[in-house]
Design a protein around this ligand. Structure first.
Ligand SMILES: Cc1ncc(COP(=O)(O)O)c(C=O)c1O
Length: 375
């Protein structure tokens, strides 16, 4: 490949510059201003929620969601194991203990069966963190029913899922709180940033206070609670507003990339990440697993692509396999210990899923031919 092809890189459309320019022209460059407010309004309208708070990272939004539902030191929080570490780390920030839940084979997200068993051992976790892995919706009906039955708040990590939907409702809008990430590689980016969304607008007002150093309304600096410096800047929000104008197009592009791979690999011993019929993934990353018994390994494909100047990456290594979280409890999908997340990690590969023109159709076809040549 003449130039490097990335897994997923930022794709600017030009509109971002207008919003940034306006912020400069009006000298609203601090972590407040029209872009921040409008970006929140646009996300609220898009996702169908009544509240949103823009922050400097998706990780910060998860942290504040945990605090908002009352997670404190010594609590147990159930968290999907097959995810990026940022889903779990804020549980530790709060002094709580993560208990990891395996995936199911139909979407690779949180297994309701494993969750059910976790509730038997830990009947009173303080929260459940579910993830829409690579933009593929989790089994929300089953997971929400279990959370309701046990009266436990659900935090929806939709960092990778903005633009996807489950039975017609947008991802991020299901949980007591949902979060999005606008990190550089996401479906839309602000260079870095995140948002907490939900319908409890009073609680979101409190979160806004916490993330702006917990300043109380007083002429002097008055603090009655612990504060954080997590607010999104008006410049960064300007990038977000520009990116929002392209979100629908971005999802369409990623969807086309996924289906092009799926069609091209239909005769290979591989399986693209599955999704439920009643859901619409945003297909942020196209991912496949190599069928059992095939002697081609994900790492051998990755190395071959690397030599061709093409980026690919193994599937997230599950949190229960990470040395840092080795002492945490874990519930496998199967009663006999059948573990889906370990299996997806062992056989999975994230394929180059970059936007046009960073990856053209011709370049994706070349990548497909390289991969086909290995089988
Ligand atoms: C599943 C998941 N959760 C949380 C995050 C954290 O988001 P951020 O990088 O914006 O802090 C990411 C991405 O980075 C992610 O992929």
């Amino acid at each position: 490949m003449q130039r490097r092809i990335y897994l997923s890189s930022p794709c600017m459309n030009g509109a971002e510059q207008e919003f940034i320019k306006e912020a400069f022209d009006t000298n609203w460059v601090a972590p407040l201003g029209k872009n921040v407010t409008e970006f929140e309004n646009e996300i609220m309208a898009y996702s169908g929620v009544s509240g949103a708070v823009a922050m400097n990272a998706g990780t910060a939004a998860i942290h504040m969601a945990l605090r908002a539902v009352g997670v404190t030191a010594g609590d147990v929080v159930f968290c999907q194991s097959l995810t990026f570490s940022a889903s779990a780390n804020p549980i530790v920030y709060q002094g709580a203990t993560p208990v990891f839940i395996d995936s199911e084979p139909d979407t690779w997200n949180m297994s309701p069966e494993a969750l059910k068993r976790a509730f038997k051992k830990y009947p009173h976790p303080k929260a459940v963190v579910v993830v829409h892995l690579y933009g593929t919706p989790a089994k929300m009906d089953e997971i929400m029913a279990l959370c309701k039955e046990h009266n436990v708040p659900l935090i929806e990590d939709a960092a990778e899922g903005l633009g996807g939907s489950y039975k017609g409702k947008k991802l991020g809008a299901f949980g007591d709180f949902g979060i999005y990430s606008f990190n550089g590689n996401k479906i839309i980016t602000t260079s870095g940033g995140g948002m907490l969304v939900g319908n409890d607008t009073e609680k979101l007002k409190t979160v806004l206070k916490w993330i702006t150093q917990s300043r109380e309304p007083a002429p002097w600096y008055q603090h009655e609670e612990l504060g954080y410096n997590y607010r999104m800047s008006n410049i960064v929000a300007g990038i977000g507003r520009g990116q929002m104008t392209a979100l629908v197009d971005h999802v369409a592009q990623k969807t086309k990339i996924y289906h092009t791979y799926k069609e091209a690999f239909c005769d290979l011993p591989v399986t693209m990440q599955p999704y439920l019929e009643e859901t619409v993934p945003n297909h942020w990353l196209s991912v496949f697993t190599i069928d059992e018994g095939c002697d081609v390994s994900p790492l051998s494909i990755m190395e071959t692509l690397q030599k061709e100047n093409v980026e690919s990456r193994p599937v997230w290594k599950p949190m229960h396999m990470q040395p840092f979280y080795a002492s945490c409890d874990f519930f496998a999908h199967g009663e006999e210990g059948e573990c889906i997340s370990e299996d997806v990690f062992a056989r999975g590969l994230c394929l180059p899923s970059d936007f046009y023109p960073q990856m053209t159709q011709k370049e994706q076809n070349e990548i497909i031919e390289i991969i086909k040549g290995l089988f």
